[in-house]
Design a protein around this ligand. Structure first.
Ligand SMILES: Nc1ncnc2c1ncn2[C@@H]1O[C@H](COP(=O)(O)OP(=O)(O)OP(=O)(O)O)[C@@H](O)[C@H]1O
Ligand SMILES: [Mg+2]
Length: 510
């Protein structure tokens, strides 16, 4: 009997409340503001006593109405990823790269989520603020998400659950965001109102480590190094080091240094800042550029040896300037150089890498590339600044196999043996291999491309043989020239000298 009495009681209460609300909805339109205010205030208080659920609203815009609230944006991403499987009414919008539709829950749709055994409900909603009479502005829609949960889970939901939602939401946004390639344009004077010194385009380089011609174990080592770095936030915080890592990529032209940077960015889902040092006016501007970089990014300085005369500037400073240099310095002080030409110094760059760098939180990689590692100042590339030195060199047979798979979709072929033998005998860059494997017309088949590569390898081999022969000939000529010049200086051979002195000894005898 009790349950049925209870049920009846709840039903009666429910219908009474519903009736009151219905009557109220009609009456409220004609009520003065004060009556409405007090009625709603006290009914909500009474409801609060009996109602066991807690509600949290997350509004799209914060107080200033200018910027979307970070919490809202994170919740939106979290719910888009989690609700598309359960929600019944979804809205579809074009993704950022205009290639796919992104689904998210529609307005007034309700989805359920579960966290550590607790059930919560999310509703996407909005309030429409009415237009004021004579106002030019249209109706304003204020969107918000409302989270509802039982009050017994209050602590867990307001703490761990919301933290989990925001963290996952941010990660989803990071994954789905359109990555950018930033550059600092040379010779452009930035107006003071301009917000940033970097200009950007969408970063869409297709390179991956999978498509890179590199021995598998080296590739694996680099990937592991990068992934470990990206997951080491706590570790870096614990050891008191800024969460950054420097890579120096060096090797001959066309060995994949730039390609590897793109593969790194794609692996870690980072933005790329391509820093053109020669376009940076001075150390101050360099610092400003650094401060404007965002977390999860790779800052790249290509061909660091050519960027500026950074080699040995520190050494020069220590030395006493000569009279000529003093004069030049005085002149420069009196008549400062006109615009153009960068005044970034080696010490400015070193500060860029480690000094200020540590003040900028967040994960960042810095990558230098060079064709001539021996030209660089050791201070610039010492461990701690450039933590990992990676040499990219001529193509190996393993590397060739990756390129053959990429370009010709070929894992093995009888012609591979010839390539293998020739590759052991001569050097060829992956860029040259790639160029030869690329079909030049629709009629080019696998054999044509492989023969083209074999021919290129044979030519390279011949050239190398010729170069060695030329060098040997040059060496012999130099040797001969040295002997001749000695003979000119000292026309009498040594043994003849000895014989002469013996003869003299004999004649001098009494
Ligand atoms: N290791 C590699 N794996 C795959 N492709 C490569 C590799 N190296 C070079 N390539 C190909 O050669 C082209 C040139 O390579 P990349 O620009 O990366 O060379 P680089 O080492 O940066 O040369 P440079 O020193 O002249 O800047 C790339 O577009 C790519 O297609
Ligand atoms: Mg390059």
């Amino acid at each position: 009997m009790v349950p049925s009495t209870m049920t009846e009681m709840w039903t009666t209460l429910g219908s009474t409340i519903a009736s009151i609300m219905f009557v109220w909805a009609i009456v409220r339109q004609y009520c003065p503001y004060e009556v409405r205010y007090y009625f709603e205030k006290y009914t909500q208080r009474i409801m609060g006593v009996f109602y066991p659920y807690v509600k949290i609203s997350i509004h799209e815009f914060t107080g200033d109405h200018l910027k979307r609230s970070e919490a809202y944006v994170a919740v939106e991403a979290y719910l888009s990823a989690n609700s598309s499987k359960t929600a019944k009414r979804l809205k579809a919008e074009m993704g950022k790269d205009s290639t796919n539709l992104v689904l998210s829950m529609d307005e007034y749709e309700r989805v359920t989520d579960e966290f550590r055994g607790a059930k919560v409900w999310w509703v996407a909603s909005k309030v429409v603020s009415p237009t004021r009479p004579m106002s030019y502005y249209p109706e304003q829609e204020k969107r918000y998400y409302r989270l509802t949960f039982h009050k017994r889970y209050r602590e867990m939901i307001t703490g761990a659950y919301l933290e989990h939602v925001v963290k996952e939401g941010k990660e989803i946004r990071m994954r789905n965001r359109q990555r950018k390639l930033y550059t600092n344009s040379p010779g452009y004077k930035w107006p003071s109102y301009k917000q940033t010194m970097w200009s950007h385009i969408v970063f869409e380089h297709p390179a991956t480590f999978e498509t890179m011609a590199l021995e598998p174990d080296r590739k694996q080592e680099i990937i592991e190094d990068l992934v470990t770095f990206s997951k080491s936030k706590e570790f870096y915080a614990r050891i008191g080091k800024a969460w950054k890592r420097g890579y120096l990529l060096y090797g001959p032209p066309g060995t994949g240094k730039s390609t590897m940077i793109a593969a790194m960015a794609n692996l870690l889902n980072y933005d790329v800042y391509d820093l053109e040092l020669t376009a940076v006016k001075d150390n101050t501007e360099l610092r400003k550029l650094l401060i404007e970089t965002t977390s999860k990014s790779i800052i790249v300085i290509e061909d660091i040896d050519c960027s500026l005369d950074l080699t040995g500037q520190r050494k020069k400073k220590a030395e006493k300037p000569s009279e000529d240099e003093k004069e030049k310095m005085d002149k420069e002080r009196k008549e400062p150089k006109e615009e153009g030409g960068s005044k970034v110094t080696l010490s400015g760059l070193l500060n860029f890498i480690d000094g200020l760098w540590s003040a900028c939180g967040g994960e960042r990689l810095i990558v230098f590339t060079t064709n001539y590692v021996e030209k660089l100042d050791p201070a610039l590339i010492r461990r701690g600044r450039m933590d990992k030195h990676i040499e990219l060199s001529y193509c190996t047979f393993e590397g060739f196999k990756v390129l053959a798979k990429n370009y010709l979709n070929l894992e093995t072929h009888p012609m591979f043996d010839a390539v293998h033998t020739l590759m052991k005998e001569t050097d060829i860059t992956p860029a040259d291999v790639a160029e030869n494997l690329m079909p030049k017309s629709p009629l080019d088949n696998v054999e044509k491309c492989l023969s083209s590569l074999i021919q290129a390898l044979e030519e390279a081999k011949e050239e190398a043989v010729k170069r060695t022969a030329d060098k040997e000939a040059d060496r012999k000529i130099a040797e001969q020239e040295e002997t001749t010049s000695k003979q000119i200086e000292d026309p009498v051979p040594a043994n003849e000298n000895a014989a002469q002195s013996q003869e003299n000894n004999v004649t001098e005898k009494p």
